[in-house]
Write a protein that binds this ligand. Sequence first.
Ligand SMILES: Cc1cc2nc3c(=O)[nH]c(=O)nc-3n(C[C@H](O)[C@H](O)[C@H](O)COP(=O)(O)O)c2cc1C
Length: 191
Amino acid sequence: MKVIAILGSPRPKSNSSALARKILERSGELGAETQEFVLNKLQYKGCQACETCKTKLDHCVLKDDLTEVLEAIHKADAVVLGTPNYFGEVSGQFKSFFDRTYSFLNPDFTSRLTGGKSSVIIMAQGQTNLNMYADVYSRYEAWLTRYGFANNFSLRMNGPRPAGSVEERQDLITEAQKIAEKLILLTPKNH
Ligand SMILES: Cc1cc2nc3c(=O)[nH]c(=O)nc-3n(C[C@H](O)[C@H](O)[C@H](O)COP(=O)(O)O)c2cc1C
């Protein structure tokens, strides 16, 4: 069982990344192999809309630091996606990564990924009101479903919290640990 995290915050003590790491930590305790990718430390381009992944190749033609990340998603059983909310959306780092997952789609827009993987989308926002930006998860979850992800979870952190303040949110830490336990239970191994 392999669980990977793709982290879209540039902050060294990011709250979304800290929650993703709680999921990796619990998954590791339960026997999973874990790996994380911090997008802000990688050099990569967004999708160039060249359509090579639809006309000539079954993968993205670009060769950069994201190549390994896209390949890791193919091999993973569960993928944890962490991002801050910037202007009502995911971070730019995360969006440029997500656009490159266009290469997961065949020319007929069916998925090239093996079905049955699990996902967790973690979003941290400054706004206290969780009704604000509730649409973001559903939009990205729809694409994950198209990619064949079968069990999809979300975890949201609200409130104007400084970086590194996840330890004050025992409720969210417990939720992260419970999500990890569900990932291990629900996800079939070795896609
Ligand atoms: C460029 C920028 C834009 C932001 N836009 C919003 C926003 O529209 N709504 C909001 O609630 N918080 C906004 N925030 C606050 C972040 O979402 C918040 O600090 C979050 O906890 C950051 O997550 P992280 O700790 O994982 O980096 C913004 C922060 C930055 C730096």
